[in-house]
Design a protein around this ligand. Sequence first.
Ligand code: FE
Length: 334
Amino acid sequence: MNKLLLISLLFIQQLSFAAEVNVYSARKEALIKPLFDQFTKETGIQVNLVTGEADTLLKRLEVEGRNSPADILLTVDVARLIRAKESGLFQQTDSDVLDKAIPEYYRDSDKQWFGLSLRSRVIIYAPDRVKASELSNYADLANKKWKDRICVRSSSNVYNQSLVAAMIANEGLEKTEAWAAGLVKNFARKPKGGDRDQIKAVAAEVCDVALVNTYYLAGMLASNQEDEVEAAKKIKLFWPDQAGRGAHMNVSGAGILKPSKNKKEAIQLLEFLVSDYAQHWYADTNYEFSINLAIDSSSILKSWGDFKADKLNLSLLGKYNRDSVLLMDRVGWK
Ligand code: FE
């Protein structure tokens, strides 16, 4: 046999025997790849990573159908996980490890998706212009006293959609619509930019109060860009609704896809992602909370103190996503 042919045959054989798992990830490579590398080191299972925008990956999975090479879809918000479930992309995954590590309100009751890390959407404020005692919950942000003082990103952003969906689930549609209409009247400017931009706007006195995800604030505090650190130091975090349901929570998470040809390895990877090692990594590197809030957080997260988290079942955020989008449109939340 010709030498080249032999080498390529050996290579193909090696490929087909190497244990592997294929991940489509909406989470940026830098924020997940080091964990996958550790998994490979521990198990010998190769992780092939395709990263992209969540909706693009969902579309791709639908187009690929049964021929998709993907085993796992990973997203950074629960609404996309629920969308994937509703599109019939996921299969049921039975794992005692996952069930034990993840509170039931942070995973799908049909075992199709699982929350892997936790973040809260909180109120931030300028302590030189706002007293903490003036703040209370999300509902209060519709109060006239905040007129022209609030910054928040656009309604096309899924984090806002999930926050509004949670309010619909907790308070009903009518009450939430009245709240959103009041909130919009209090906007200091037309919604623009990402969460980091809202933090910078409060620091720059464009507004006094904003709604942001916790890890953006922590990321800015730990940033190597001086202007980000400076802005973040000028503002303070307020845990909303501590006398009520608690702060709104969202997850990054994943599910195993129907066409998966490496289900055993895929389950192993998901189980690794809820291990102590991975959960500490999420806290130290991404500034997210452990999915069961029991594992110690990074020092920045700890500096914000203990808080009460809303235990709303996150499946409801998917149920009310469409209602939340329509509602925000009706009240002029651009
Ligand atoms: Fe984000």
